[in-house]
Every structure is written in C-alpha cells, then in structure tokens.
Design a protein around this ligand. Structure first.
Ligand SMILES: Cc1cc2nc3c(=O)[nH]c(=O)nc-3n(C[C@H](O)[C@H](O)[C@H](O)COP(=O)(O)OP(=O)(O)OC[C@H]3O[C@@H](n4cnc5c(N)ncnc54)[C@H](O)[C@@H]3O)c2cc1C
Length: 420
C-alpha cells in the first residue's frame, strides 16, 4: 500500500510532488489507468502513488502535421473519439482501457502493431519531470531528427523509473480508405504461423494478425454461443486502398489453400467485420469463464518471425506435458505470443505454473527472443532481465543512477538487483 495517493492535475503539481519526494527521499510510483499486468504500480517501498488520470486534456491536434499533443492521463479510446472527424486516428490499441502516459511507459502495443508499430514508433516527443523536479522536453514536432541523444525512446518503456511523463506529442495515422477482415481455420498451429510468415514474405502486410488456438476457440464457443470450427484459427485485417485490400484477400485465399485451411471467411468494414472479430475480442473473458476460481498467468514472449513456428511448437509441446489448462493466443505478425496458464489456488500448482513460465522464457531467449514483447518487466519478470541483457544491465543501472540518484522513482521495478 502507498502511504498517500496524490491526484496531479498539472505539470506544476507533478513538479511539486517530486520536489517534496526528493527532499524527503520518499518513493514515487506514477499511476495511469493501472491496467499493467506485471505489478508495475505496486508501491513496493510505500511512499506516494502519483495518479495522473486527471491530467486528461487533448491539448492540440494538427491535421497538417498528423500529430496530437496530450496530457498523460488521456485514455487512447478517448483520443480516438476526439479525432473521429479529422480522418486521422491513433493506432496503438492494447486490450484494456489504458492511458497514453502508461502506454508510453510500458512501450505498449496492440493488435495493429504489425502495421503501425508500438508506442516507441509513435512518439515525436515528451515533457518529463525528472527525479529532482526539473522539467525537460525531449524530441519535438519534426518527423525527422538526428539531434542529441534519443531521450524520447529512453523514457518510453522506462516504467516510471526515470521520470514522470507530463505531456506526449503523438504521431497519428490516416484512417484507411478500405478495411477488410478475414478468418481462416487451419489444421495445426504450425500451419497458422507458416501462413502468416508466407503472407508477410509475399508483401501482403496485414494490419492485424492474431492466432487463437483450438482450446481457446472451444472456450469462446462455449462462452459466446458461436459455432466456430474447433481448430487453430488466424484472424486477419488488411488496411489500404480498395484495390490493395481486395488483392490481399484474393492472395490470402491462394496461400490459405496451400496451408490446408478448411474454412476461410472474409468481411468488409462494419458490422460484418465486428462479428468476424468478436471471437478474438471475447477470448480472455471466455478463458476466465472456462476456468472458474482459478488463478491465471499470462506470458508475453516474442521471437524473430523466422523462429516463431519453432517457439510456438515448443510452447505447445510443453503445455501438453504440464497437466494444467493452457491456451495460446498471439499477435503472430510481430512474433509475439501469449501462453495463458490457469492453476488452482495452492502453492504447488503456483510453483508449477511459474516454473513452466521460467522454462518457456529460457527456450525463447535461446531463440534470440525476449521475455516480454509488450507488457514490460514490472516486478514479475525481474528474474529474466539479467539472462536476457547480460552485462548491459549494468549500463542500465548507470542510466538509472544518473537520472535518479536518490532511487525514488518507482523503486524495485524494471531492473534486477545490482551484481554484488
Ligand atoms: C485485458 C488486458 C489486455 C491487455 N492487452 C495488452 C496488449 O495487447 N498490449 C499491451 O501492450 N498491453 C496490454 N495490457 C497491459 C496494459 O494495458 C498496458 O501495459 C498499458 O500500457 C498500461 O497503461 P496504464 O495507463 O494502465 O498504465 P499503468 O498500469 O497505470 O502504469 C504502467 C507503468 O507506467 C508507469 N506510468 C504510468 N503513467 C506514467 C507517466 N505519466 N509517467 C511515467 N510513468 C508512468 C507506472 O508507474 C507503471 O510502471 C493489457 C491489460 C489488460 C488488463
């Protein structure tokens, strides 16, 4: 528990809180919408929980420069609502209601990342309150810059351990002229992954590209009343001109045929597209409903696309041996996949689930992957950071010490303990 919760309403409020914290050596944990999944906002050393959700102004939208300037507490869905008449949108869509400050701080991504990038790719600049209360600006509004060190990318993904973001300048995207979705059922997960790799290699860049395994499809059918074939399924969406999306669906048909797809459906934008995606969007609640009273552990592994088939196959094989309910969902176009394990409320089962996760991380690191494609480190993934980054962890500590010498910014997160 924090000792106190402070609701900031301006950069001046944040500066005042941080100056007080520096004077009194009090830990400060920034909080956006609190949707992060790895214990990021748990104030492990007490102190101040600094809630930024009231800093929620959209300060500027420039259609000509395709950018928006926002305060950190703006929830991305609301930004898109504000943008609806402009022909532009902000394309990072993590599943939960999340603030743009929190999303920048975890380098969040979503189902559209395969085409539009992650938060890191959609930031022009930031305003940041440093750990001593100084306010700096990073980046700017220019589309290109080779000036200075790239501090914008340093604070992006820092999980509030280096400073507090009080303003973001965001890169928007034009709304596509045409959006077409497709869903294909395939004989096995490897065929799904191969189909996606073939698509990308054929230059048919999907905007969304999601894998749902057969066990998840069964749970979704049960929970939603849908009657999808209980097979590994790929959900796709293409954005572009009418001609390019039409061509993509045509070529998808051919490639899916070669991959042994038994069912291929496509749907134009509107209610049909929403219906086609319903199963993917209802996946998580369906899995929870299928496992009442159980705890869950969601992994967030990512590998280079060329290793994805191998990584998913290894994960799938390991799940068969685990003897607990396990499901595989993935943003496969980015090489990022989630294995969700359900386990009963007892220590032995929890240890088994966490041991399984540790084994999976080791497999994925051996395939040049990462323990977290999008959720971040927080508390729970600390044990994997040193195995992934080796000696670079000491360089990370040097950066942390330079920017937060009193160790008051979200302490106990992101970096594992120093070498003795
Ligand atoms: C159902 C569900 C689905 C999800 N799906 C995805 C997904 O597809 N992709 C994905 O990337 N994530 C996903 N997430 C995780 C989560 O939504 C993201 O991590 C999101 O970016 C967190 O935003 P938030 O506003 O909730 O931040 P919080 O949880 O409040 O904070 C996250 C971190 O950022 C820090 N922080 C917050 N605001 C600031 C600030 N202004 N300055 C500095 N540091 C700050 C906090 O201290 C913390 O370390 C999902 C979560 C849920 C519950």
């Amino acid at each position: 528990m924090p000792d106190v919760v402070v609701f900031a309403e301006s950069t001046a409020d944040v500066k005042a809180v941080v100056e007080f914290a520096a004077r009194t050596r009090t830990p400060v944990t920034p909080v956006g919408a609190n949707s992060s999944l790895e214990g990021h906002t748990v104030p492990v050393r007490g102190g101040i929980s600094l809630d930024l959700s009231r800093m929620d102004a959209v300060k500027d939208v420039s259609v000509d420069d395709m950018l928006a300037v926002v305060e950190p507490g703006v929830v991305y869905q609301r930004l898109n609502h504000t943008l609806r008449q402009t022909g532009l949108f902000f394309p990072i869509d993590p599943g939960a209601e999340a603030t743009l400050g929190g999303m920048a701080s975890t380098n969040a991504s979503g189902t559209l990342t395969v085409q539009y990038g992650s938060m890191r790719d959609r930031l022009y600049g930031l305003e940041v309150v440093l750990a001593d209360g100084r306010v700096i600006r990073t980046g700017g509004r220019s589309r290109k810059s080779s000036s200075g060190y790239d501090l914008t990318r340093l604070f992006c993904g820092a999980e509030g351990t280096l400073g507090i973001i009080t303003e973001l300048t965001l890169k928007l995207a034009p709304r596509p002229q045409s959006v077409v979705g497709a869903r294909a059922s395939l004989p096995d997960i490897e065929a799904c992954v191969r189909l996606v790799a073939d698509l990308i290699q054929a230059g048919l860049q999907p905007a969304r590209c999601e894998l749902v395994d057969a066990a998840s499809i069964a749970a979704i059918n049960e929970h939603t009343g849908l009657l999808l074939p209980v097979m590994p399924t790929v959900f796709l969406e293409f954005h572009g001109s009418k001609a390019s999306t039409g061509l993509a669906i045509e070529e998808l048909g051919e490639l899916a045929g070669h991959s042994g797809a038994t069912g291929l459906e496509s749907a134009p934008d509107g209610p049909e597209l929403r219906a086609l995606w319903q199963a993917r969007h209802r996946a998580l609640p369906s899995l929870v409903a299928a496992n009442p009273g159980m705890n869950s552990l969601i992994t967030d592994l990512a590998v280079p696309i060329s290793r994805l088939t191998e990584a998913v196959a290894a994960a799938h094989q390991a799940t068969l041996e685990l003897g607990l309910p396990v499901y595989v969902l993935g943003h496969v176009g980015d090489g990022n996949f989630h294995v969700t394990i359900f386990y009963p409320e007892d220590e032995a089962a929890a240890a088994k689930a966490h041991g399984f996760h540790a084994d999976l991380v080791a497999k994925v690191l051996a395939l040049d992957g990462t323990c977290t494609g999008e959720h971040g480190i927080g508390l729970r993934k600390l044990p994997y950071v040193r195995a992934e980054h080796g000696a670079a962890v000491e360089t990370m500590w040097a950066i942390k010490d330079a920017l937060d010498p009193l160790q008051i910014m979200n302490p106990g997160k992101k970096l594992p303990p120093r070498m003795a």
